[in-house]
Design a protein around this ligand. Structure first.
Ligand code: COA
Length: 583
């Protein structure tokens, strides 16, 4: 079926529905919601059988929904209406939440209901809830709605608030006043919930040293006690600040300064210590060892666990972005961990993201973004090199969450790569202003996929599902939708590998292969060639990368839909099923 996605951006929800429905054989074209006239034009050009709005911030024009069936993916249970569904669900401590597929009509979220799914709630950031439970539920609900639509026998159900089982209600747009922290009276748990309900957008507006900032990336602290005034900054660690609360303390990892509307300046999200640079000299640094075990309820972005002969190295960098220091700390932790006597090292990433490559926000904030880009990519390369050249144990990369750009190629540095079934991979750099990319991708990618598929991946700039990645050999396997089952399977797999009778042989083969590869072309040559191209991206005459990065970190709305997404606006306008060449 020809389906047009009308969406604010190609975000994780839109990407996931795109890969799943393409796999189901549908022909999907995408149009960004720019204005009514552009939407109307897209509909005329594509002539879709159905329109789906996975992530929309404005209403669909009446001229469109009157003539075409339009499904709205609403991140709320049946009856829930309004633009702040997830924020309120977290604030109100809902035990169960869901996704509803509605047919667009003249009233916001009040159209007839085609399908709905529910899931149990757990306290987590709004963005994590959205990327995991909401997106998974949306995939199921959309599939159900599509089969009902295609059957031509199903009549969608009108919203009927008189029914006792309709628990959702209209909820207003949440305001900063609803989110405001009362430092004198709010307990840490309440503050945590408020910040979670606003993470990753818009954050909770607060004042630090007299300047307004939006707060993100909160985490409880139960060991550090302080008799300081609630709200006071009492410690710092790895980019985060710890603030005293009425009943303990809370860490804040990221801040975005609220700029005055008059200047037209846009704030960007930065690690808290970077945002407050120069003001924290007297605040004590409370370090954790680079390879420390998990400490509950404190700010810890890297930790190491050892079970039997297996090492599990976790790195949960906010938004999967890895700045130069984070890469260096992770490399130091990795090198320590690989000398701890384990036979298999499992690189766990984080539950939200494995990695999204170099830290574009911190680069943007640097006095010389070109120099910081150079430093960051070299730090990523050093990390990748350490993994590739590990010769005393076997390594496994475990993608619990999505990976993008250099983050995907970093995972390929490991001997084996596994992903959770719901994971999306964006193994390409080009969308960031024609960035060439490094992380030894020119060595790592052809090791795993055919030349033809490698160039499809790099040129097409499209996300792929874990399943498709496995089918083309980019990763070894994918399983389990939920994180608990996934981790369990990974543990079994790692144990099996460590106890395998041919373990020593596997290790020897790996070392031999590395030597052979190096004889054909040394790793340094791959690095030099890639960095030569990256140098042109960073320091050359073409500013595309700097412009694309500026737009990305400042969230400048798209002025048009890229042609590789808008099939109806391109010459090559057919796409359904896999675009890859079978192995
Ligand atoms: N540096 C800094 N921030 C990054 C980042 C990076 N490399 N990659 C993602 N983010 C941030 C986004 O700005 C967004 O921030 P927010 O919390 O303020 O909304 C957040 O992470 C989530 O990203 P989003 O784009 O909403 O996630 P997604 O799952 O919809 O899309 C990607 C994933 C990977 C396609 C997309 O984030 C992307 O293109 N990232 C840039 C990758 C890149 O070019 N890296 C540099 C080259 S190695």
């Amino acid at each position: 079926m020809k389906i047009l996605f009308l969406t604010h951006s190609f975000n994780s929800m839109t990407q996931r529905l795109f890969v799943e429905l393409t796999r189901d054989g549908h022909e999907i074209s995408i149009e960004f919601d720019i204005n009514d006239a552009t939407t109307e034009q897209a509909v005329i050009l594509f002539q879709p059988a159905l329109i789906i709005a996975p992530f929309l911030k404005r209403a669909i024009p009446e001229t469109v929904w009157r003539k075409h069936t339009c499904f709205i993916v609403h991140p709320g249970i049946i009856g829930d209406r309004g633009p702040s569904a997830l924020d309120w669900a977290i604030m109100h401590q809902r035990r169960e939440w869901g996704v509803t597929i509605l047919q667009a009509n003249g009233a916001m979220d009040a159209g007839d209901i085609w399908a709905a799914e529910t899931f149990p709630m757990q306290l987590q950031k709004k963005s994590s809830l959205y990327r995991k439970q909401v997106v998974d539920a949306a995939v199921m609900a959309i599939r159900k709605a599509l089969s009902r639509f295609q059957s031509k026998k199903y009549t969608p159900k009108p919203l009927d608030y008189s029914r006792a089982d309709i628990l959702g209600r209209w909820q207003p747009s949440i305001k900063q006043i609803d989110r405001a922290i009362d430092w004198q009276h709010d307990r840490s748990q309440i503050i945590l919930r408020k910040i979670y309900a606003a993470d990753g957008f818009p954050g909770v507006l607060d004042t630090i040293y007299g300047t307004p900032y939006y707060l993100f990336d909160a985490c409880l602290e139960t060991k550090l006690n302080s008799d300081q005034q609630p709200g006071t900054i009492i410690a710092k660690r790895n980019g985060a600040i710890c603030r005293a609360t009425y009943d303990g303390a809370i860490w804040i990892g990221h801040l975005k300064q609220k700029k005055s509307d008059e200047t037209g300046e846009l704030g960007i999200k930065l690690s808290a210590t970077l945002a407050l640079k120069g003001q924290l000299a007297d605040i004590p640094e409370i370090p954790l060892a680079p390879c420390a075990p998990r400490v509950n309820e404190t700010y810890q972005d890297i930790w190491f666990e050892q079970k039997n002969n297996i090492g599990y190295l976790h790195f949960t960098f906010y938004n999967g972005a890895m700045d130069s220091e984070q890469c260096q700390r992770l490399r130091a932790a990795y090198l320590t961990a690989t000398n701890s006597g384990v036979k298999v090292m499992v690189l766990m990433g984080g539950t939200d993201f494995w990695s999204n490559g170099i830290h574009l926000n911190h680069i943007e904030n640097a006095s010389s973004p070109a120099d910081e880009s150079w430093r960051n990519i070299n730090a990523m390369n050093d990390l990748a090199l350490s993994i590739i050249t590990t010769d005393n144990l076997l390594t496994i990369a475990v993608l619990q969450g999505n990976a993008g750009a250099g983050g995907v190629f970093l995972s390929l540095a490991a001997d084996q790569v596994y992903a959770r079934k719901a994971v999306l991979l964006n193994p390409h750099y080009k969308s960031m202003g024609n960035l060439y990319g490094s992380e030894y991708w020119t060595y790592l990618l052809p090791r795993r996929v055919s030349q033809a598929n490698a160039s499809i991946l790099i040129q097409n700039r499209l996300p792929i599902s874990a399943l498709e990645a496995q089918q083309i050999g980019l990763i070894d396997d994918c399983f389990a939708l939920d994180i608990i089952h996934f981790k369990k399977t990974i543990e079994q797999l790692a144990e099996k590998l460590a106890q395998h009778p041919k373990y020593e042989e596997f290790l020897q083969n790996k070392v031999k292969q590395r030597l052979l590869d190096d004889q054909i072309k040394p790793l340094q040559n791959y690095r030099d060639e890639e960095l030569h191209k990256m140098q042109l991206n960073f320091y050359g005459f073409d500013p595309s990368y700097h412009v694309a990065r500026y737009n990305f970190v400042h969230k400048i709305p798209h002025a048009w839909t890229p042609r590789h997404l808008a099939l109806h606006r391109s010459q090559n306008n057919k796409r359904s099923g896999s675009i890859f060449i079978k192995r």
